[in-house]
Design a protein around this ligand. Sequence first.
Ligand code: ACO
Length: 330
Amino acid sequence: MDNTKIAAILGTGHYVPKKRLTNADLEKIVDTSDEWIVTRTGIKERRIAAPEEATSDLAAEAGRRALEAAGIKADELSLIIVATVTPDTSFPSTACLVQKKLNAGQVPAFDLAAACSGFLYGVELARQMINTGSQKYILVIGAEVLTRITDYEDRGSCVLFGDGAGAAVIGPGKVSGHGIIDCIMGADGNFSEPLALPAGGSRLPASHETIDAHLHYMKIQGRAVYKLAVTHIVEVVRDLLARNQIDPKAIGMYIPHQMNLRIMEAAADRLGITMEQVYVNIEKYGNTSAASIPIALDEAVRNGQVKNGMDMVLVAFGSGLTWVASLLRW
Ligand code: ACO
């Protein structure tokens, strides 16, 4: 690859299930209100997968749309990465199921587990592999059916989550200097407890007891997560922009993981930027974990808000803890 050309996002796509779960629907299930949910989170509705839909179905459709947008055929791919915490099954990987659904031949495929940071972790892997010339076109997908691991008896968490998938084809950029410029990733396993799915793995395999105790559903300590999220998002964005000598105010668009509108507002405030610079669609989809950034990116691209030459920051925070921020020049 010409060394002035860097890995870039060549096309994006997303897919969300048709069925909407509104705040009014949730009022019938748990003791909550539209007013509480909107003021505390910004969420008005979220999508919920049909019973026959699993993560690979959503992922494949988002992937198909991203390939179409990039003008790349599935059999031209050199790798498929699916970031998810809700794989169809522990194994085979969801990425292998997506490979089959896309008729992508025998292209290598694997899942990546970094929770809400998964998509951007995948983009960073793809960027490095493309910049070294070892791979040509990599499909990175973030896809989740979180409603299958959501406890609809826990009002503190069930109002937050939704289903969806977003994807991007990463390949050699066409314009010098435009593409994925830099990325910082981080993790801290000391804080693994506040956001977890306790059972179903090797620590607590499925049993009648784990099912009775609702341990196959996400457990979140909302308050603690809220504070950690704001701190890490602000820190990683500051570090990324400082080492690239860019003022946070000069960024054309920030796409943060959509976990709570108030978290995005608090982070924006601390960074000294305005909410006009921040892309928000949480009102429609809630928190879709690894899918939230690629869904938002694809929306912003398709509705014309992403302009050529625009500097963008994509930033995620999630279970692990994990965090990541990527700097792009579109
Ligand atoms: N409806 C009405 N009342 C509620 C609800 C609800 N759905 N949920 C909680 N409450 C009550 C609580 O019981 C509490 O009542 P109390 O004061 O009588 O005890 C009160 O509202 C305040 O509760 P808090 O938890 O302090 O509310 P907070 O303002 O922190 O908002 C929230 C809670 C929305 C969860 C927020 O903390 C948050 O967004 N945290 C981060 C979200 C998160 O963890 N996301 C998971 C990411 S993991 C992943 O993406 C896979």
